[in-house]
Design a protein around this ligand. Sequence first.
Ligand SMILES: NC(=O)c1ccc[n+]([C@@H]2O[C@H](COP(=O)([O-])OP(=O)(O)OC[C@H]3O[C@@H](n4cnc5c(N)ncnc54)[C@H](O)[C@@H]3O)[C@@H](O)[C@H]2O)c1
Length: 426
Amino acid sequence: MNVVIVGIGRIGLVAACCLAKSGHRVVGVEADTNKLNFLNHRSKPIYEKGIPALLEQGLSSGKLTFVSSLPVSLKADIAMIAVNTPSSPDGKVDLSNVRTAVEQVREATRSPLVLVVKSTVPPGTGARLISDYLQGTPITYVANPEFLRAGQAIDDWYHPSRIVIGADNQQAVGKMLQLYSDIEAPVLVTDITSAEMIKHAANAFLSTKVSFINEIANLCQILGADIDDVIQGLGLDSRIGTAFLQPGAGYGGPCLPKDARALEFLASNKGYDFKLLKAAIEVNIRQRSLVVERLKQILGSLKGKEIALLGLAFKPNTDDVTEAPALGIANLLIAQGTRLRLYDPMAVESAKPLLPGKVVFTRDIYSAVSGACAIILATEWPEFTQADWNKIKKAMVEPCAIVDGRNALPKDKLIATGFKYVGVGR
Ligand SMILES: NC(=O)c1ccc[n+]([C@@H]2O[C@H](COP(=O)([O-])OP(=O)(O)OC[C@H]3O[C@@H](n4cnc5c(N)ncnc54)[C@H](O)[C@@H]3O)[C@@H](O)[C@H]2O)c1
């Protein structure tokens, strides 16, 4: 099939590379000329396992090309929109990129085409876009939310938990099934608004699950219970499972925080008080300050103290720092007058523009901890969990405190090595 993808960020790039590998002819439209240059020079603009090889393969086979704008006369089976949908702190989603992209596709379309919105948009958006832009055009709208995870995006693309197609037209559904014919996954066909709701409900649920286990871990800390045992006991119940039951500094990333806020904002706009989701969001914000409080319990005042913050990405195996707990923790520590040394295996360059110039970024874990009296672990990269803790201890100064903001470090070993270790409910 001929596919045009508008917006070649993380989602658009994965979709473009994978659809080209599946044999479709894919044209990626990217408005950011810097990014476009990277792509056309076979440089990956993001860190994502498997992308470089697929990008190279797609470009050399001629199945994949990147351009800066849609052709004046668009001839494609499918136009997929994967532009960013940022939100303001109150949760209101900025749909201007989606609206622009839909308008651009409408202006260029000359023959029947399926318009697939992969960007995450609040429930009800598709219906609005159809009535605002697509009446009387040869364009059929499909909502096709994306569930892939940064860091394992290619694998998730080929083995998704489900494919959700929100459409009110059988022919368009047929085209979508053809597009994904080589992917084996349960397919769920719904109306457009329900498809949009599935994406938000999934992220609202995951946010709630993380905040729930954080509350339980905080209580374990107070009551002297061990959260690792509690998680095991919970997880053995097949109705609960262990996924997303990792306590720590809270969830971050480009999706969960934004999408949870968006659903809460939408609910409240419609006059519905979504108490549970509101609480999950508040708990998530509080988790970051609890990490700093735990450090203060060991060090007292933080003013002038040299602290190493390990991990900046919102999770391991990505360079994405969007709403990463590490950034929130860094800002809290800076406000307390600490001298911060930061290190992340992949995300230093993404984090630099988001933090004040006075923090020190280091080139490895050992220079980060050198001269520091405490470490905060904010991202559980294997490089940290498997570090040489004897070497680290020697490079630090007393009291050699560790606040494990991910409950990922070997607690007993660290205590035996002489660290003052504190996790979350461990
Ligand atoms: N990142 C994830 O893991 C993930 C997962 C599931 C869903 N989503 C959703 O997918 C959407 C895209 O996310 P992302 O992380 O890929 O965003 P991104 O910011 O990495 O990429 C979006 C790209 O779209 C480009 N763009 C914007 N308007 C354009 C236009 N009119 N024409 C051409 N290019 C344009 C931007 O320059 C940018 O490169 C969002 O709605 C997001 O919520 C993201």
